[in-house]
Structure formats: structure tokens, C-alpha cells
Design a protein around this ligand. Structure first.
Ligand code: SF4
Length: 742
């Protein structure tokens, strides 16, 4: 203690030079670095936050992760990392890591053995299923497990528990892209590659603030040396990405479909479309074009708030470019008309022939590090390998691989995430198993969610951290290993499968999700049937390779060794006759989908859709006069269970805020930095700091969603896209008031 006080005093008067912290030394692999961060070994792995999928090395000393370095040879990031990646090792050894299974008794959590924990879980679930049927149990998983775990979990849920009510939290971010791709191209799967950002003539980002949310992708933009390269950004806010653009389109909230239709209308008028491609590879063009008639530049200008000149310039820039890469994220996906917006983006790419060639794609940038893995392998909205629950041949395929009767494979998908919550409210689902996600921050309309949770008979939460707002509601908590503590693979947004490796042991009795699934299967008595002879994730990987063979997401030519040696392989990567260097060269090549113009539909043609914008579920009115827009900040990850523990990031971004246009603030008599209250028809947040800025238009406010203390999802609306079931997080009506201390 005395030493600590002396240390602080010495530091204050300048006597302490913090020598221990700032002394440099030579690391064998990375050269000069802070001496106390030089490890005994470096472990190569992939970042566990976002879907960019950066390669990095974790430095390990005395069994602890002490440092991080970007992997300069990695094909995604070439050594660069964003602030989250650079500080990721701090997520491992924190005070709130969950170390033991915990069972709630009289409102208190007590340690239990794994054997008791799983026994109680299965007893409770069995009782519920006896009373409510097999589908009285629901499962909600995450985008942050390894692919091998999703594959294993899907099999366990469908065949072990016999419920199809299984979905991922990826429905809160990416299901719209999935549904949009399936409708247009017959299958999920982002067609392009990051290299296209470097090679495109024109990059059109719509509802994608990559500078905050996928920072390393901006390096691919910077690498584009084409002097005629154009970056077009459409976003209601002047985001950091918008500030990099050549053409910025600050459109009114939810006028993206109108803008896209307006652009296509001009392209038709100007004859700037690829007739040959349309004739050979698509259906439905004429009907789609008929639907564009009302979208004259005048009408689009009136609806979007953009000038006719700006709309014209945008259309001509797209129409005249040799290659256009159109990418989107949550600005499109977080909408109750998101799927159709994706179809409108796909229409634009198809009509200009901008798909399946260098620099061209309609490209959904995924959210979480392995949202793609769950899309490929799990049994949520599709059967593994992008197979369709409703197609008999697909069910037969899966049944054959799994050695079961086809009748055991459901003929339709189970309930999607919001419908699982609705079924809990209706007391049809009474047992819920939540893995690696924190809905008590991330789900819209929190009060309704709390209502749902209060009706459950038994809630199991499997997580790396406790307490979180969600674990507090649990009856049983199962402690898991997290990124850095387990092995497997992640797939990033460009379909690149990268290796994830274990650097340190998980704390206490925490186990990998994979080991927990095997232990559950053992207790259920189905281990030998479902996972015969399985010991490690590589067993799941080998089976998944067979299941994926011949599919769009073909992994059959991959091995862990090859993935590691070339630093990630894009699928499809079928078995090859090559070996050695030839194979490695082939593995490292950039791959795009639909290069032959053959799609995954019955007649192999892509489908145009006529898309009409529909009214928002809630618009501003006299009582609630502002549009609320929600989003992220570069320093934090989702619900801050990880980044909230990192001092560096917390210091950079310690609290949530509200962005408001100066004219609105003046009208309300509000000053920057003052605490305010924001209210919607569903709830309120109090004591949140106001930032007055012209980056946001009049009549709109923006709040980041990471903080449970000022949870923007108290305000958001529970309205969902009919195809994807993704929430309309981006727009609802709110009012803003001065905060009055009671
Ligand atoms: S851009 Fe994404 S993957 Fe890369 S370091 Fe940052 S969080 Fe990790």
C-alpha cells in the first residue's frame, strides 16, 4: 500500500519514469517492443470481434496473454489492426470471467459441478418438453463461436433435443442479407472479395459506416490507386465513412429503396445497363423496370431530400463505371423492409452486370467474427451447406450424412429469434438456452423482452462473463472458453476461412462450447449416435467438409494446415489434384461467386424483384417528433461484455451519447454536454449526454447501442422484416427533453 502511494506520488512529481512500463527490448519476431509485453511465444490466430477477419498474433507469457501484434502476412489486414483488435488480449483475464457453473437458488447463484449443472439442465428441459412438447425448448446462439461448434450445436439441437426452435443472434444483424441473397440468387453467400474494394472503379456504400464498424476495410479502399475511382456513400448521417467519399448522399431515413429505384430509372433512360448480361443470366427484368416508372428524378429528389443533380451524378457515375462494388451493412439490414432493400441492391448490380467479375459485387459486409460460419453450417434458417429445409433432396442429404431417417429432419425452419421471444410471451416456449449473446442489451423493446423472460420456467445462459444483464436472469449459467482459449475456424465477410487457435487456458472450470456440447450429448445418451469418436473440433471440421462437398460453400479441399499456411482460404475450395506449392498457390487465390453467370436457382438465372418502399412502422409525430437512429462506435463491441473491461477503450469512449442537429438543439433550448432524457412509446433513457453536431440532419437523433446503463433498446420498436425477421433497429419516433434531477 505504502509502495503504491509512493508510486503515485513519485509519478506525480516526475520522479518515477515508469521504467518497467516503457523500457524497450528486442523481440525475436517483432523487433523492438515494450519489454513487459515481450512474450515467451506468439500464437497466430484470427480476431474475434468483427467479420473483417484480421489475422493477429497473441503474445503469451507465464500462461497469460500479454500482447497482440497484427499478422503482416495475413491476406486480410497485412499487419494492421483497429483499436479493438490491438487490445483484444485484455478481454481474457478479467475479474468478471465466469469460472464455474452457477445455479440460482433463492435468488443467489451458487457453484455447482459440471455434472450437476448439466444433469439439472437436462432434467428441467425434459420436464418442460414432457408438458409442452419438444418445441417447448428454444435455443438462441451467437455469431462468435467457431464454425465447428455451430455445426455440432445444430446437430445436437435438432437430433438431441428434438426442437427446431433454434436461431442465432445473427438474426439481429445479418439475416436480411441472407434472405435477400436467397431470393435473388437462390442461395446465401456474399459474391465478392475485399480485393474488389481495391480494384473497383466505383464503390457504392449504402448504410455502411466501415470507418467505425469495419475499420480495416478502409485500408482496402486506400489501396485503390485508380485515379478515376469514385466512392459514393449513402447514409442519413455524415459518418466518418461519408467524410471519405467523393459523392455523399445524405438521404432521409428509409428512402434507400426510393434512391435505388431512382438510380435504376435514370440508368434505363440513359441506356446504361447490360442487356446482354440481363438476357443471358436473369429473369424478371421487364417487370422490375415497369415498377421503376414512378421514380423520376423529381419524385426521388422530393422523397430522399437529395438534389436532382446529385441523384443524376450518382446514377451516371455508377452507369459509366467499368466495375461497381456495392456494399452494405446495418443501415440496410436493420429495417423491416431490409430484405427487399437487398433485392433492390441486387437488381442494380444485375442490371449493370456488376457481379461475378473483378471489382464488382453486391456485397453484404457481415457483423460478427463468425456470423458467416453459422450461416454456412448451423440448422437455423437453412440446413448445413445452404440446404433448404423445405426440399426433400436436401433433407435426404443431411439425413444420410447424419445416419438418421429423413423423417427426423424438419420440413421447415423453426422459429426465428423474435418469434422464439414471442412464443415465450405466449408461454409456448418455457425453456430457453442462450449461448454467447446478451439480449438484455441487444434486443429491441427491452420491456417486452423482460416480460418474456419473466414467463420462462428455466433459462440457461452459456457465456464467458458474469454478471451481464442477461446472466442475471438465468437459472443456470455455464462458463465457456472464449476467443484466445479455443481452436477452430471463422469465416469472414469475403468467405475466407481462417484458423482460430488457443493461446491460453480458460479460467477455472470453463470449457469450450464444443466440449460442453459433447458433454450434453453424452448425458442425453446420444453421443455415440451423433458424434461417434469425436474428441476435438477437427472431428467436426472433417465431417463438415464432407457435408459441404459439392455445395456453394465447399470446404472439401481445405485442411487446418493449409488454411494456416496460406493465412485463410476463401470458399468454394473443392478437393484439388494439386499438392505442395501448387496447392498452396491455388488456395491463396481470390475467389468470387457467379463468375460463370450461373446462379443457385432452378433455372440457374438470377431473379429481379420489383421493390416498392413501404411506410415505416412508426414515424415522428407531434408528441414524438424525432427519428431515432442507432449504431456503433469504433471503440466498443456490441454490448461491451468484452470492451467494457478494457481501460484503454473505456477511456476513449466511456459513455453513450445523443447526436442532435444544432437547429433542433436551439429550438429545444439544449446545450452540448448537458444531460437529457429520450422517450419513445415503449420506454425511456435518462441522463444521457447530448452532443450537438451538424453530422446529423434536422429531425433526427443518433444514439450508439453498446451501453446497458443507457440502453437505446428501451426505445426501439419490435417491428421485424417479414422475410428475415430482422428488427427495425434504425428508425422509430422519440422525443427529447431536458433531464430533471428528482
Ligand atoms: S477490423 Fe475487425 S477483425 Fe480487424 S482488428 Fe478490428 S475488430 Fe478485429
Amino acid at each position: 500500500m505504502i509502495q503504491k502511494i509512493y508510486g503515485k506520488f513519485a509519478n506525480f512529481i516526475g520522479l518515477d519514469h515508469l521504467a518497467e512500463k516503457y523500457t524497450y527490448d528486442q523481440d525475436e519476431q517483432f523487433g523492438f517492443m515494450a519489454k513487459n509485453k515481450i512474450p515467451e511465444k506468439w500464437v497466430a490466430t484470427t480476431c474475434g470481434y468483427c467479420s473483417v477477419g484480421c489475422g493477429l498474433h497473441i503474445g503469451v507469457r507465464d500462461g497469460k496473454a500479454v500482447s497482440i501484434k497484427g499478422d503482416s502476412g495475413h491476406l486480410v489486414n497485412y499487419g494492421k489492426l483497429c483499436p479493438k483488435g490491438l487490445s483484444e488480449h485484455y478481454t481474457l483475464d478479467t475479474a468478471d470471467r465466469l469460472r464455474h457453473p452457477l445455479l440460482k437458488h433463492n435468488n443467489k447463484f451458487n457453484k455447482v459441478t459440471w455434472d450437476d449443472a448439466l444433469g439439472i439442465m437436462l432434467d428441467q428441459f425434459r420436464k418442460i418438453q414432457d408438458q409442452y412438447g419438444p418445441e417447448g425448448i428454444g435455443v438462441i446462439s451467437t455469431g462468435q463461436m467457431v464454425t465447428e461448434e455451430y455445426y455440432t450445436l445444430g446437430k445436437l439441437v435438432q437430433l438431441g433435443f428434438g426442437t427446431k426452435n433454434y436461431d442465432g443472434n445473427t438474426t439481429l444483424c445479418m439475416s436480411t442479407a441472407v434472405a435477400g441473397y436467397k431470393r435473388s440468387f437462390g442461395s446465401d453467400g456474399p459474391p465478392g472479395a475485399y480485393e474488389d474494394l481495391r480494384l473497383a472503379d466505383c464503390i457504392f456504400l449504402i448504410g455502411a459506416n466501415i470507418a467505425e464498424n469495419h475499420p480495416i476495410l478502409t485500408c482496402w479502399l486506400d489501396a485503390n490507386e485508380n485515379p478515376d475511382r469514385h466512392l459514393i456513400v449513402a447514409d442519413p448521417r455524415a459518418t466518418k465513412t461519408a467524410m471519405m467519399s467523393d459523392i455523399f448522399l445524405p438521404l432521409k431515413p428509409r428512402t434507400d429503396i426510393t434512391l435505388l429505384n431512382g438510380i435504376m430509372h435514370i440508368l434505363i433512360m440513359e441506356g446504361l445497363y447490360d442487356k446482354d448480361y440481363i438476357d443471358k443470366h436473369t429473369v424478371g427484368f421487364r417487370e422490375m423496370v415497369e415498377g421503376l416508372n414512378p421514380y423520376t428524378p423529381e419524385y426521388v429528389s422530393e422523397q430522399t431530400g437529395l438534389s436532382i443533380t446529385l441523384i443524376y451524378n450518382t446514377a451516371l457515375t455508377i452507369g459509366k463505371a467499368k466495375s461497381v462494388f456495392t456494399a452494405w451493412t446495418m443501415g440496410v439490414n436493420h429495417s423491416d423492409q431490409g430484405t427487399e432493400t437487398v433485392n433492390a441492391i441486387n437488381n442494380l448490380s444485375l442490371m449493370t452486370g456488376n457481379i461475378g467479375k473483378v471489382g464488382s459485387a453486391p456485397f453484404s459486409i457481415t457483423g460478427q467474427c463468425n456470423a458467416m460460419g453459422t450461416r454456412e453450417t448451423s440448422c437455423t434458417s437453412s440446413l448445413p451447406g445452404y440446404r433448404d429445409f423445405t426440399k426433400q433432396e436436401d433433407r435426404e442429404d443431411i439425413a444420410r450424412f447424419w445416419g438418421v431417417e429423413e423423417s427426423r429432419i424438419p420440413t421447415s425452419r423453426g422459429l426465428a429469434y423474435p418469434d422464439i421471444i414471442e412464443a415465450v410471451i405466449q408461454e409456448k416456449i418455457k425453456g430457453l438456452w442462450i449461448l454467447g449473446t446478451n439480449p438484455l442489451v441487444s434486443f429491441p423493446n427491452q420491456h417486452l423482452l423482460e416480460e418474456a423472460f419473466s414467463r420462462l420456467d428455466f433459462l440457461v445462459v452459456q457465456d464467458g462473463y458474469h454478471p451481464t444483464p442477461t446472466t442475471k436472469w438465468a437459472d443456470l449459467i455455464l462458463p465457456t472458453a472464449i476467443w484466445g482459449e479455443k481452436e477452430g475456424t471463422y469465416t469472414n465477410s469475403e468467405r475466407r476461412v481462417s484458423k482460430v487457435n488457443k493461446a491460453v487456458d480458460p479460467p477455472g472450470e470453463a470449457k469450450s462450447d464444443f466440449d460442453i456440447f459433447l458433454a450434453i450429448a453424452r448425458k442425453l445418451g446420444v453421443e455415440d449416435q451423433l458424434f461417434p469418436g469425436w474428441h476435438s473440433v477437427s472431428d467436426a471440421f472433417e465431417e463438415w467438409k464432407k457435408v459441404s462437398k459439392g455445395r456453394l460453400c465447399d470446404y472439401s479441399g481445405m485442411s487446418y494446415e493449409l488454411i494456416e499456411s496460406v493465412k485463410g482460404i476463401q470458399w468454394p475450395f473443392p478437393e484439388s489434384k494439386l499438392s505442395g506449392e501448387g496447392l498452396a498457390k491455388e488456395a491463396a487465390q481470390t475467389r468470387r461467386l457467379y463468375t460463370d453467370g450461373q446462379f443457385q436457382t432452378k433455372d440457374r438465372k438470377a431473379i429481379f424483384y420489383k421493390v416498392e418502399p413501404k411506410p415505416l412502422p412508426e414515424t415522428p409525430n407531434d408528441e414524438y417528433p424525432f427519428y431515432l437512429n442507432t449504431g456503433r462506435t469504433v471503440e466498443h463491441w456490441h454490448t461491451r461484455t468484452k470492451t467494457g473491461n478494457i481501460d484503454l477503450l473505456e477511456r476513449l469512449s466511456p459513455e453513450a451519447w445523443v447526436e442532435m442537429n444544432p437547429k433542433d438543439a436551439q429550438q429545444l433550448g439544449l446545450k452540448t454536454d448537458e444531460k437529457i432524457r429520450v422517450v419513445s412509446q415503449r420506454g425511456e433513457i435518462e441522463k444521457i449526454t447530448l452532443r450537438i453536431t451538424e453530422t446529423i440532419g434536422q429531425g433526427q437523433i443518433f444514439i450508439p447501442f453498446h451501453w446497458h446503463e443507457t440502453n437505446v433498446n428501451n426505445l426501439t420498436i419490435n417491428a421485424f422484416d417479414p422475410f428475415s425477421r430482422e428488427p427495425n433497429f434504425k428508425q422509430c419516433a422519440v422525443k427529447v427533453e431536458k433531464y430533471q434531477q428528482e
